[in-house]
Design a protein around this ligand. Sequence first.
Ligand code: PMP
Length: 407
Amino acid sequence: HKGFDVDLIRKDFPILDQEVNGHPLVYLDNAATTQKPQAVIDALAAYYQADNSNVHRGAHTLSDRATQAFEDARVVVQKFLNASASEEIIWTRGTTEGINLVAQTYGRANVQAGDNVIISAMEHHSNIVPWQMLCEQSGAELRVIPVNDKGELQFEEFLKLLDDRTKLVSVVHVSNALGSINPVEDIIEAAHKLNAKVLVDGAQAVAHWTIDVQALDCDFYVFSGHKLYGPTGIGALYGKKALLDAMPPYQFGGEMIEQVSFTGTTFNKLPYKYEAGTPNIAGAVGLAAAIHYLESLDRESLIAHEDALLAHAQTRAAEIPEIQLIGTAEKKVSVMSFLIKGAHPHDVGTLLDQQGVAVRTGHHCAMPIMEQYCIPGTVRASFTFYNTIEEVDALFDAINKVKMFLL
Ligand code: PMP
């Protein structure tokens, strides 16, 4: 696609063309998972139709082809993140597994009683609980960077929490619950001055703009394929080679070993050292297809379109006094979390669904930040490039009906 034609783009996503509860589907739950273009569906089918085999077993042609496709996909992810080598890309099931991997390998090997790990108040549970467990296991302290009422991370407070016993800072690039974009560049620079390592949870960032891990200089970067128009069950962990080399393995079994005997085992080189068992080969192939698809689009105009959708939604929201926006950071992506005063978010979600509008309701796996706002959850509409201004209007038409029904 040259330039940007949303009608043309929508044709690439067959799922969008359907009715739900008698209304055209308006899919506004992209922060939970994105839809898959035909190119990804085709790549998955083609892999299973023609190449399916186990990888790195080498003895026959199909296995060679599967291995080639799997390793080519790794290079696609490497280039997508601008990592310096493909061995710095570890396949995972997704963001959650990437964070657990780092907590249980880098964390277990480096974090001790008296040390501290820093996260922020707006983290997804998957970037809270692994560190909480590590701190319980090691006797280290978990410190939390506060977030203001607009949903902005308080950088000055972060600097106060950071000290020479900080071993790791793990922060979300973009909040899934609020849409806030965090100043990860500044966080990384400040942390490195005190020799702390930094993990960036990129689950919500990768779909919106290009990521350059070398420019960021982060130590670890994690994301999930399914939020990037790829399949579920596949994701990647980027880690700096020296760190990955030094860390102990995560899971044990086939693929990750070099030599096994009953007297002891030696481990495989990177990246296989962290990839025990038969991997999600088709998932990797599908993720590479998703990245190719995304890169075939003009990403600048995608961002401009998403920003326009958010701006339009915010204008429409401002016209409705009963709407309370949650998370109004200056820098945010196309996510609108809100409440309709006097209505429970779940009821709003159900009534929107009856009108064909798919949103997420609840705590968005970020209970602590909901607690800070003293709310049980929000209604979240998350827009992406295949959404249209008309769909934003359909959301607000539906909201007006919900108001009549509930208020
Ligand atoms: N972090 C953030 C910011 C997320 O949005 C999500 C998914 N909602 C995750 C982590 C977890 O990702 P996954 O469930 O794909 O492992």
